[in-house]
Design a protein. Structure first.
Length: 389
């Protein structure tokens, strides 16, 4: 399929095989899989049988005796089924009420998995994690487990590592977007002749670090790195990152723990000491986003950049397929703000703009241009949120 030349221009900074037809087909089939798993879960929990009459999420939760910790997942299930036309939202100024208007499709997950593998065998990493997360929904709804139990279950560790790897194209594209934006912003830093000082937060097992270092190497810029401080709260993931990045022997890599919800200066991240703060798929989970963004800005030298790779919600209530997984991790007690953070989890670009502005950033951008991308390709909901100190 020939790509719209306007989209090609917007994505000119990336290799042709990053945003290729296989990626778009993979996104579509992952979204289809998330819908099928949502239908199965909604049936098993008893949600669909209650929606002959319009009902709110709160009513469903009380009537079905759903666990308090299931509220974020329930909200996503209802929104996903509404987006698919299975449910309709009834007009109500105060609360969203849902009614069943179309019988959901039947689909065999095994056949869907085979179709995903036909598009790209590497899709197994995403499909298997989606299925594992969805299979835990009934027990989560009954309060038998917590969402973090699913994530932290030792049996699921390998699934998570496969998902967040650069060998998984559906996740690797996040790293490509973030690393490309980061390298471009380094060109715009006034470093006054010194080397580049990089702080990465929430590095996980290091796939985002690896992509950034790879890209710096391709462009002959590795020798300019004066400091690359890789931080991750999990000691297990830090060890994985250290081993995975060992091949970059000439780079002054350091590894430490950093909790984005606590003062950064007390965690080896001094004020005005970095030219780039790099965060892939992490800042949206901050307990107080305004606090964490302010901490990041304070750690940047004048003219330095924060580059945060994020899933960007295209519109209010729009469900993203990856939320089938990540709603398990949402903190219902996050600090919210009507303009900058109206909800936990993924945010719209306009909310990031407001949050970065409130935290004191001057130049605020997305890369690639999120609004223009959505006009041409609505299923590309990722971007690098960039703010300059």
């Amino acid at each position: 399929m020939q790509r719209d030349p306007r989209l090609s221009l917007l994505l000119a900074d990336y290799p042709d095989d990053v945003f290729d037809d296989r990626l778009h087909a993979s996104i579509e089939i992952a979204d289809r899989a998330a819908l099928i798993f949502a239908v199965i879960a909604a049936r098993d929990i008893g949600i669909l049988s209650q929606l002959e009459t319009p009902r709110s999420a709160a009513w469903l939760s009380q009537t079905l005796g759903l666990a308090k910790g299931f509220s974020a997942v329930l909200e996503w299930l209802l929104e996903r089924l509404e987006t698919a036309g299975i449910l309709a939202v009834m007009p109500d100024a105060n609360v969203r009420r849902y009614r069943l208007v179309e019988q959901p499709p039947d689909s065999d997950p095994a056949q869907l998995r085979a179709a995903a593998m036909t598009v790209d065998p590497a899709n197994a990493a995403t499909f298997d994690l989606l299925q594992t997360a969805a299979s835990a929904y009934p027990a989560l709804a009954r309060g038998e487990i917590a969402g973090r139990d699913v994530v932290l279950n030792p049996e699921n560790v390998e699934l998570w590592l496969r998902y967040f790897a650069n060998t998984n194209p559906l996740y690797a594209v996040n790293n490509w977007v973030s690393a490309t934006a980061a390298v471009k912003r380094l060109d715009r830093c006034d470093r006054q002749g010194r080397g580049v000082r990089i702080l990465e937060v929430g590095a996980g097992a290091g796939s985002g670090s690896e992509r950034l270092l790879d890209l710096l190497e391709r462009r002959g810029l590795l020798s300019q790195v004066q400091t690359f401080h890789v931080t991750e709260l999990s000691a297990f993931l830090r060890r994985k990152a250290r081993r995975g990045l060992a091949r970059f022997r000439t780079v002054p890599l350091t590894f430490a723990s950093l909790d984005i919800n606590q003062p950064w200066e007390e965690q080896e991240a001094k004020e005005a000491s970095f030219d780039l703060i790099y965060a892939v798929n992490v800042l949206h989970v901050a307990h107080d986003l305004g606090f964490s963004l302010t901490q990041a800005r304070k750690c940047l030298a004048p003219g330095g950049w924060l580059v945060a790779g994020e899933c960007l919600r295209p519109s209010p209530h729009a469900p993203l397929y990856v939320e089938l997984i990540f709603r398990l991790l949402e903190d219902p007690a996050v600090v919210t703000d009507a303009l900058a953070r109206p909800n936990a989890g993924f945010l719209e670009w306009r909310h990031w703009q407001a949050a970065l502005q409130a935290a004191g950033f001057s130049t605020i951008e997305t890369d690639p241009d999120h609004e223009r991308i959505l006009e041409l390709c609505p299923n590309l909901f990722i971007g690098a949120v960039c703010g300059q100190n």
